[in-house]
Structures are given as C-alpha cells and as structure tokens.
Ligand binder design. Structure first.
Ligand SMILES: Nc1nc2c(c(=O)[nH]1)N[C@H]1C(S)=C(S)[C@@H](COP(=O)(O)OP(=O)(O)OC[C@H]3O[C@@H](n4cnc5c(=O)[nH]c(N)nc54)[C@H](O)[C@@H]3O)O[C@H]1N2
Ligand SMILES: Nc1nc2c(c(=O)[nH]1)N[C@H]1C(S)=C(S)[C@@H](COP(=O)(O)OP(=O)(O)OC[C@H]3O[C@@H](n4cnc5c(=O)[nH]c(N)nc54)[C@H](O)[C@@H]3O)O[C@H]1N2
Ligand SMILES: [Mo]
Length: 762
C-alpha cells in the first residue's frame, strides 16, 4: 500500500471529553483557517457561510435554519476548517510537479498532499513518464474525448463522483454519461447512505428522510444511532438543544461515548460559553457494534407485548390498517426473538432496553436519526428496515415531530442523487431524459463503486473519470483498489486539491483543476450560482465569493460541458455551450426532467430556497402495493472468532473524509497521532496487550487472505467490549472488497473482524 505514515505521528493521550463545542471549537477553527489563508479571506469566507445570499458550507449536509432565524455565524468549527481548507492561499504550480515525481508523491501522507494547496492548471502524466507536466485545457479534454470514443463499449468507462458536486454539475455529469451510453455512475453514496436508501425505498417508497428541522425541534423523543454529531454534524447539536428546551428527550446508541452525545456547549449562547451547557442524551446505550438490529427487534417485541397486556393502547392500529402491509408476518417473526440473542448481540441488559420502551410509550412523536454506524454494517439494510418497523408500530411516520432522519454526509450528496447520479436510476427518470433530450439512455443498470473496482481489476473498465472525490482512498481493500486503478488506460480527476487518486493512477493520468464552492464563478461576464439540496430536502442557492485560486481554473460545469461536446459532437442535440455560459439554462432543463423542480429558477431565488415534498408526509407510499411495508428481518449479529475484535473505521475530529487536516482527535483525547486503535481496557488485557503497545491490525476473511495494517498503537479506551475503533482511510486496507452490506453492496467499514499482533520491527 502507498501513502506512508505521517511523520508527525507521535501519540499523546488525554482523557476523552465529556462535552462538545463551546469556545475551544471556535478558537480551533480560526487557528486552522489562519494557517491556510489571510485574515481577510478567512473573514470573507466565514461571513458568507450559510447566509441567504452566500456560500453553502461545503462540509456536511445538515440543513440551515430559516434565514429569518439564522444567526450570523451559522457554521461550526469543522465547517469553518473545511471551507478554509478550500480557501487556502497555498498553491500547487507546475514547478511543484517538476520537483516531485509521482513515485515520490505517492510516498507522502494524505495530509501532506492536501496541505500543498490548491491545484492551479491542468496537468498530465504520460504513459512513459513519472512526472506530471502542464497540458492545455483543449489538449486535455481532447485526449479524454478521443479515448472515450475509442473504447469498445461505453460501459468500459466509469464516471465517479462524490456528493460535493452542485446540482447543475451533477445533472450534466449524468446527462453526459448517459448520452455517451452508460449508467456507470458510481458515487460516494455507494459507500455511505446506500443502505438507508435501499431500506427506505423498499419500505416507505422513497429513499430520503421525512423530517424537517422543525420536526426535530418539536419531537418528544429522538434516537441518535451510529452517529458522532459533535464531530461530523456539529450544527445538529443546536437542533437537539432546542428539542431538549422544548421538553423532548434523546436516546443515543453508540459503542463509543462520543462527547457530542453527552453534553453540548453552544458557542452562540452566553450560557453555552460560560456554563455547563446542555445534557444531550437522556439515556446512552453503549451497544456492541452491529447490535442495533437485535436492539430494535427487542424494542419491537416489547411494544407488541405491551399491546398484548393493554390492547388498543400501544400500537397505532389506524396507521397500521390504513397505510401498511406485512404486519402479521412481521409480528409473528418478532415474537421468536430470545433475550439471550439480544444480550449476545447488543451487550445491553433487558432493563436498559425496557427503559427505552418506557420512553417510547410516553412519547407521541419519535424520530430516528442515524449515520454510518448503521449503514456500513453487513446487516445495515435489515437494521434500518427494523427501525422503520419500530416507527410504524406507533404511527411515527408522516406526522409532526416524527419520522426517519438519515443524516447525510457530503453537502450535496442527496441532491446529486435527485439529479440522477445513480447507477440504477428508475426507468421513469430515464424516460424523462429521453423526452427532454431526444436520445435513448441506456436502460441496463451500471456499476456501483465496489463493482467498478471489480470491473477495473478484470479489464472490463479501462477509463476512469473522477469528479470531486478521492476514489482510491474512499474505497475498501486499498491494495486491490490501487491495483485496479493502476490498470486503467486513462484516469482523469476533476479536483480542487491534490490527493491519493492523483498519485495512484492509470497509464496516462490527468489532473483537471476546478473552482471550489467558495470561488466566484463568472461565465460570459455574468456571475453564476449553483444549487444544492440538504439532508432535509431543502434546495437553495450557493454563490462563491472569493477570487478563484488561479486564472486557469474552469468550473465543473464548464469542464463537463466542454468534454461532453468534444466526445459527443452534436449527437444527440444537447446545447452544451449554452449550459456552460448560463446555468439558468441547466436549471430550466432540470425543471422539466426532475420531479418537483418545476419553475426551478424562480423558486430558488428565495434565499430560504424551497422544500421538496416527501410523499410519505401526505400518507403516500410509492411502493408496488401503494402502502408502507412492515418487513420481517431475521436475527443477525457479528460473531468474531476467539481472540478477535470487531473493528470500526471512523473519522477523527480533524479530518474531512479521506483527508486528515491535523493529527488530533480532540474530543477523544488523541493528540499527534492517527495510527492508533481504541480498545476496551479489559479486552486489551484479555488479549495480552497493554496500553500504548505497538500492534499490527490483521483482518480475516473467507478468502483466507490476511490483510494487514502495520504499526498502530493500542490505546485503552472506554469502547464497548469486543470492539475496537481506528481511523479511516488508514484502515481501508483491512476491509475486504467482498465484505459488503446485504442488498446495498456498501463496504462494511464498521464491521471488520481483526486481531491485534505485536508489531515486529524490521
Ligand atoms: N468534520 C467532518 N464532518 C463530516 C465528515 C468528515 O469527514 N468530517 N464526513 C461527512 C460524511 S461523508 C459522512 S457520511 C458523515 C459521517 O458521520 P458519522 O456517521 O457520524 O461518521 P463516522 O466517523 O463514520 O462515525 C460513525 C459513528 O457510528 C458509531 N458506530 C460504529 N459502529 C456502530 C454500530 O454498530 N452501532 C452503532 N449504534 N453505532 C456505531 C461510531 O462509534 C461513530 O460514533 O459525516 C459528514 N460530516
Ligand atoms: N473505511 C471507511 N471507508 C469509507 C468511510 C468510512 O467511514 N470508513 N466512509 C465512506 C463515506 S461515508 C464517504 S462519503 C466516502 C468519501 O469519499 P470521497 O467523497 O470520494 O472523498 P473525499 O475525501 O470527500 O474527497 C476529497 C477530494 O475531493 C476533492 N474536492 C473537494 N472539493 C471539491 C470541489 O468543490 N470540486 C471538485 N471537483 N473536487 C473537490 C478534493 O480534490 C479532495 O481531495 O468515503 C467512504 N469510505
Ligand atoms: Mo459519506
């Protein structure tokens, strides 16, 4: 595996924090920002962040409050770090690439690559060279277009994207791929919330969450499951603070006692800065990884039993009768659960679970929020289906203060899907494309991220175009994935910053530098804006405010339009030139193709944006039966063999996905190190290790291959018994390509079976 250890790796440990945010967070954000850029650019960026006419934070997808009630500083520490990482004054020029060969760059850490600054001009690595050298935009785009035209089949090309792309660019990317002839549109969602989409589509008829911020504020009971909001969605804590102020309760379910789940000090309030802050979780369930399916099956059993004891008082019979199917079979299976199974899978006691049941019975409205702790498990889809069962039993779908809330990652990951970035878009969407653009899009499903790796490995895919992500570090089985990527004839990446996918590349490789969300985007003398959709289906505009990092940058829309025109010519007849110069014309097309976007340009002029309706909230379920579906999910749990642990790969407080910003994980008390593994002190002892021992992580899998991540330090930490935690992407090497969630094909990044071995020095 490439990408050696960061030289700054030098561990020190302090006790984990018991509260999140407050003043230190603000100070940390400013500190990082000022290492990246000038005070003036920092101020310009932060004053415009998440404001009505400003830059949508390129960080997470948490929604913004209504502009009328929006504070001046509606951003968080990590959003501020993230946008200033993009607004950095550091630059990578052609000299940089003259000085560093690709082989040399490949030895640098992910953090180092990112720290070098913004990319400034198109570069090419030719097949006979180990160096990137400048290339003109025309030549670069002609090269890709020529290679695309030469492939034996359009399905030999892959078009990867992350949820960082705007709606406009995403719409063009999928239009280009489909007009070219393939549905190969793998995206980061395949590794992220795909399990949520799969489970909700099947049971509720739509893959999106059903709640608004207002629902959260006024809910009686909110579950926060498999999620670390203090780090990954810090503004969610302000919402939970409001819930609590309104008398609602929170139950947090996590193997780790994450600081943000415990207590929140709101930096926007005097009380938050000076006082003790707000206690978040009324009850914390320290669950064994992968135990959530058993937990919700147990809760459902308890609800059925409560109904038996007092018929007509517990379940919402009207909702079940009128809106659902499958209840009888679900109930029959639910009653087969044994408490031994529940205890083995969850590590929780019956009393703890009964206390949760009592809270549920006392609540008229319940919301379930979740993220990667559920979706990246083998039985993640079944777990989310079971949560839907749980909500439906008491009619907690489609009424105020209740519903499903998958908390999305990338700022526009939900919007990209709405725009058609999916290898399996429904036929109705393809029909709409056909009507609008007069060509016949391919109807066969394309490859998702995992299948794309397989296709590259065995030569079925030979050209990779990546937009706004870092495929080789986001994907599992790093050694295998790197091999797959290197086998491509051509790899090209539209990126803002340097990353591993530029150093692990195909025979010929291109770097196509682009404007970031904070950069001013002027086309034909007219300033353009783009749009995004947040985790709660609010669509709104984002306008870049900063001088672009270089005069040679093109917008994503411009790059994709030019590439499409060069590849396809005028067949089919799509006005790519017009799209490039006037983004309103893209939105006009979106309004005619994508449901619920009618009159898009007009509606998005409102600074608050507009909400996409969720049919579930009208009692409309777009399943084959027209009803919501109670599902029957067999009991499953993770069972590592003797001497092994369940390892989860997660984010530190100082990283954005594949890119570490610093070597700290402040809330967990980890400083100056990333190659660490958190293990329960009793497990550490039982396995014959002591705190700070040097260990290798070795994962086991049915293929008999032992995957190894060498040179970690064990840190005794209060994680659930039998589990361990270490950072992504350093541990991706341990996730077998074939270890995926049932149905969704999402890599099981939170359920890796490993053992620790003493590191042998050589
Ligand atoms: N600052 C910052 N913000 C981000 C990101 C970032 O990298 N940095 N990434 C963005 C993206 S793309 C995403 S998808 C989100 C990710 O947001 P999260 O899902 O919060 O991210 P992870 O760090 O993967 O944390 C997973 C959490 O699930 C818990 N967990 C692990 N296994 C289990 C389990 O079996 N059951 C339960 N109940 N819990 C479990 C872990 O202990 C951890 O608290 O954040 C987004 N926001
Ligand atoms: N083991 C393990 N693996 C995981 C996960 C995990 O929890 N554990 N999480 C998974 C999840 S949830 C996700 S979402 C994926 C994330 O996977 P990706 O989305 O592919 O990765 P990022 O790290 O967000 O991509 C960072 C790169 O995006 C580019 N970029 C940033 N902003 C822009 C922009 O505005 N335009 C363009 N064109 N480029 C830009 C920069 O060049 C930067 O280097 O990883 C997944 N992989
Ligand atoms: Mo994600």
């Amino acid at each position: 595996m490439t990408g050696t250890q960061d030289p700054a790796d030098d561990l020190s440990v302090t006790p984990p924090k018991k509260w999140a945010t407050g003043l230190p967070a603000v100070a940390h954000a400013l500190q990082y920002s000022l290492t990246q850029t000038s005070p003036r650019r920092t101020a310009l960026t932060l004053f415009n962040l998440n404001q009505g006419n400003g830059i949508d934070c390129p960080g997470c997808a948490w929604p913004d409050p209504d502009p009328k009630h929006r504070p001046m500083n509606e951003y968080c520490e990590n959003g501020a770090k993230h946008v200033n990482d993009e607004a950095t004054s550091h630059r990578i020029t052609r000299d940089f690439f003259r000085q560093h060969s690709v082989t040399e760059l490949d030895q640098k850490s992910d953090r180092w690559l990112n720290q070098q600054g913004r990319l400034t001009e198109p570069m090419i690595k030719r097949s006979d060279s180990d160096f990137y050298e400048p290339i003109s935009w025309d030549d670069a785009l002609d090269l890709i277009a020529g290679q695309l035209r030469e492939l034996d089949s359009p399905d030999e090309a892959l078009f990867y994207t992350s949820g960082r792309l705007s709606n406009e660019a995403a719409f063009l990317l999928q239009l280009f791929a489909r007009a070219y002839g393939t549905n190969n549109l793998p995206d980061c969602s395949n590794m992220c919330h795909e399990s949520s989409g799969s489970a909700m589509q099947e049971t509720l008829g739509i893959g999106k969450g059903s709640v608004s911020l207002d629902d959260l504020h006024h809910s009686d009971l909110i579950f926060v499951i498999g999620q670390n909001p203090g780090t990954n969605h810090p503004r969610m804590l302000s919402a939970l603070e409001k819930t609590k102020a309104n008398g609602g309760e929170v139950v947090a379910i996590n193997p780790l006692p994450e600081a943000g789940l415990m207590r929140f000090k709101n930096p926007q309030k005097i009380r938050g800065v000076l006082g003790r802050g707000t206690a978040i979780a009324d009850q914390f369930l320290q669950i064994r990884p992968g135990g959530d399916l058993a937990l919700f099956k147990a809760l459902n059993l308890l609800l059925l039993e409560a109904e038996d004891a007092a018929p007509g008082t517990v379940l919402d019979h009207q909702f079940i009768q009128q809106h659902t199917t499958g209840f009888d079979e679900f109930a029959r299976q639910a009653r087969q659960l044994s408490w031994d199974q529940v205890h083995a899978a969850t590590g929780l006691t019956r009393e703890e679970i009964e206390r949760v049941r009592d809270r549920v019975l006392a609540s008229n409205s319940v919301i379930a929020c979740w993220a990667m702790g559920l979706t990246q498990q083998k039985h993640g889809v079944a777990t989310i289906r079971e949560i839907v069962n749980f909500l439906m039993l008491r009619g907690n779908i489609g009424k105020p203060g209740a519903g499903v809330c998958p908390v999305r990652g990338h700022s526009n990951v939900q919007g990209d899907r709405t725009m058609g970035i999916w290898e399996r878009m429904p036929q109705t969407f393809l029909d709409a494309l056909q009507r609008e653009f007069d060509f016949n899009p391919p109807r066969e499903h394309g490859w998702d991220s995992v299948d794309s790796i397989r296709a590259m490995l065995d030569g079925r895919a030979r050209l990779f175009l990546g937009v706004a992500g870092n495929f080789v570090r986001a994907t599992p089985d790093s050694d295998i994935t790197e091999k797959a990527m290197r086998q491509c004839k051509l790899t090209a990446h539209i990126s803002t910053k340097l990353n591993r996918s530029h150093t692990v590349c195909g025979e010929t490789a291109l770097i196509l530098p682009t404007l970031g969300r904070s950069d001013r985007d002027v086309q034909n003398g007219i300033e353009q804006f783009v749009t995004v959709e947040d985790s709660m289906s609010m669509v709104h505009a984002s306008r870049g405010r900063l001088e672009p990092a270089s005069d040679h940058l093109l917008s994503e829309v411009a790059i994709l339009s030019r590439l499409a025109r060069r590849t396809l010519g005028d067949q089919p007849d799509i006005p790519w030139e017009q799209f490039e110069t006037d983004y309103d014309t893209i939105r006009d097309r979106i309004s005619r193709v994508v449901p619920d976007f009618q009159d898009f340009n007009h509606r998005v002029a409102d600074p608050a944006g507009f909400a996409l309706p969720n049919p579930v909230n009208r009692g409309e379920f777009r399943t084959p039966s027209g009803k919501a579906v109670f599902s029957s999910n067999a009991f499953e749990m993770l069972e590592p063999p003797e001497g092994h642990l369940i390892l989860q790969s997660l984010r530190s407080h100082d990283q954005w996905n594949t890119i570490p910003y610093a070597m700290d994980d402040r809330y967990r008390g980890i400083h100056n190190a990333r190659r660490i593994v958190l293990v329960n002190p009793d497990d550490l002892h039982d396995l014959g290790f002591t705190d700070r021992d040097q260990v290798d992580l070795v994962s086991i899998w049915h293929d008999g291959v032992e995957r190894r991540a060498p040179g970690f330090r064990a840190v005794a930490y209060p994680t659930a018994r039998g589990s361990a935690a270490a950072y992504y992407p350093e541990t991706n090497v341990l996730v077998p390509l074939d270890s995926v969630a049932d149905v969704s094909n999402t890599p099981t990044s939170k359920g890796i079976i490993v053992r620790l071995e003493p590191t042998t020095q050589n």
